[in-house]
Design a protein around this ligand. Structure first.
Ligand code: SF4
Length: 228
């Protein structure tokens, strides 16, 4: 298991709990608006597992949860063993995933390793690879979400409302998804690092929070649990 970043204490990454957030390097997607480009490129210095374990052991009474984020954690071969170890410390566990590896999420669900999941749904199916690159397929993400529904897992689906995503796109996405327990629309922020070829779409004017709220109101008829 490789860890390339760590937030020792967060109040916002696990709903209602104090968590430590661990960032895994590498990703099979290449979203133009990615905020973790140094992490997905693998350029970031790694943090030893010994340090992670010793830090978490020392915080057993102070932290409620550990969030494994990325990059894309489901690409790590020993993710299951790592989650098993973290579970033994007694922490609640949350997995942030782009949803591209339903078979890994299925194993996590079978073994009851995670208490909460956040899955990104990035674009309508017809535009998925245009936004997430690398021949990303939204069908796999929908399969991951179906598995979470079947297992009655606690989870949320998140969409970053980047400037190119119009209201009709969001409505289309809301129709493609099953009715999920929580659907979060996040405001787009320009990333500090991005690919030069993406300069134009990165620099487009973002929606205001009011505009996103208005979109959420339209989406609500298909996703009643939408929040913005
Ligand atoms: S899935 Fe997440 S980590 Fe991967 S490129 Fe997209 S935004 Fe970045």
């Amino acid at each position: 298991m490789t860890i390339a970043g760590m937030v020792k204490s967060s109040l916002v990454d696990y709903p209602g709990l104090i968590s430590c957030v661990l960032f895994v390097p590498g990703c099979n997607y290449n979203c133009f608006y990615c905020h973790n480009r140094p992490i997905i490129s693998g350029a970031q210095e790694k943090i030893s597992l010994e340090y992670i374990y010793s830090f978490l052991e020392s915080r057993i009474d102070l932290l409620d949860a550990v969030v494994v984020s990325g990059g894309e954690p489901t690409l790590q071969n020993d993710l299951i063993d790592f989650l098993t170890q973290l579970k033994e410390y007694g922490f609640k566990l949350k997995l942030d995933t782009n949803g591209s590896n339903p078979h890994v999420v299925s194993e996590i669900l079978e073994k009851r390793l995670c208490d909460y999941f956040a899955v990104d749904y990035k674009a309508p199916l017809s535009k998925y690879s245009e936004i997430a690159g690398n021949q990303a397929a939204g069908e796999n993400v929908l399969k991951t979400i179906s598995l979470l529904m079947e297992h009655e897992a606690a989870f949320e689906v998140r969409t970053t409302v980047y400037p190119q995503l119009c209201e009709n796109d969001l409505i289309q996405m809301a129709k493609e998804l099953p009715c999920v327990p929580r659907y979060v629309l996040n405001r787009y922020r320009k990333p500090e690092e991005y690919l030069p070829c993406d300069e134009e779409r990165i620099s487009a004017v973002p929606y205001t929070q009011n505009q996103i709220q208005e979109m959420a109101d339209k989406v609500r008829q298909f996703q009643p649990n939408v929040v913005a």
